[in-house]
Design a protein around this ligand. Structure first.
Ligand code: DC
Length: 222
């Protein structure tokens, strides 16, 4: 089995790039952020604050998270309900960033992630895939871009969907999430020692896909 780890900050383009590379190589794309978002959605629905670590820990046995991979990509379920769209709100993003700092939450989602890599050739994206979840992945990529570029990309996505967007608010959000993700004690966001850093600030989408495909192909032929 081959495993490819793609880590990096929010908005670096990990998911769209990973999806494209997975399609090219026939690998399964696993979006681990969706798992943290699903836990966050459960906490929000049940009015549990991420500051109340005991309450979060107590709620974990009641959370049933599962994944399915269909023609149109990954779907994530909370207690049998497909929540793939519901988890894509700024409120869930922030709650996922906060609650994912709790070690018990990370432990709760660990085997679901490693289980996927045992069964399939995967391209898995997240924050700690190369460092913690799949330390033996054959390829580890840290995909990044400047906060301004990442905020602008997110802004453009909202506008393209016909939604309202405030660039300054998005930038503030990006910077705050970076800080939280990089400074937590458990599994902070950082490049793996044996990973390749790719800065996509001045690269087009196709260039990034090309570069990553090349990196993965090079380890597959070794
Ligand atoms: O990739 P994303 O924006 O959907 O992730 C949402 C949050 O989940 C992110 O702020 C940090 C957390 N996360 C994590 O801690 N570890 C991962 N492997 C993936 C996401």
């Amino acid at each position: 089995m081959y495993s490819v780890a793609i880590d990096g900050p929010a908005g670096a383009g990990k998911s769209s790039v990973a999806k494209a590379v997975a399609a090219k190589l026939g690998f399964i794309y696993v979006d681990t952020g969706a798992l943290y978002r699903t836990v966050a959605l459960h906490l929000l629905k049940n009015n549990i604050s991420a500051d109340d670590v005991k309450a979060v820990e107590a709620s974990l046995p009641n959370i049933e998270v599962s994944l399915a991979h269909k023609e149109d990509g990954q779907h994530v379920y909370l207690g049998g309900e497909d929540v793939s769209s519901l988890i894509r709100t700024p409120e869930v993003s922030m709650m996922a960033s906060t609650s994912s700092a709790i070690p018990a939450v990370r432990k709760f989602l660990f085997s679901l992630q490693t289980g996927m890599a045992e069964k399939y050739n995967v391209i898995m994206d997240g924050r700690d895939i190369g460092t913690v979840v799949l330390p033996n992945a054959q390829a580890k990529i840290f995909l990044t871009a400047s906060p301004e570029v990442r905020a602008k990309r997110r802004y453009d996505e909202y506008i393209a969907k016909g939604e309202d967007a405030d660039y300054e608010a998005i930038l503030k959000d990006v910077i705050q999430r970076d800080y939280q993700d990089m400074n937590r004690e458990t599994a902070p966001l950082k490049p793996a020692k044996d990973g390749v850093i790719v800065d996509s600030s001045d690269m087009s989408f196709d260039e990034v896909v090309e570069k990553l495909t090349e990196i993965v192909r090079s380890v597959m032929t070794e």
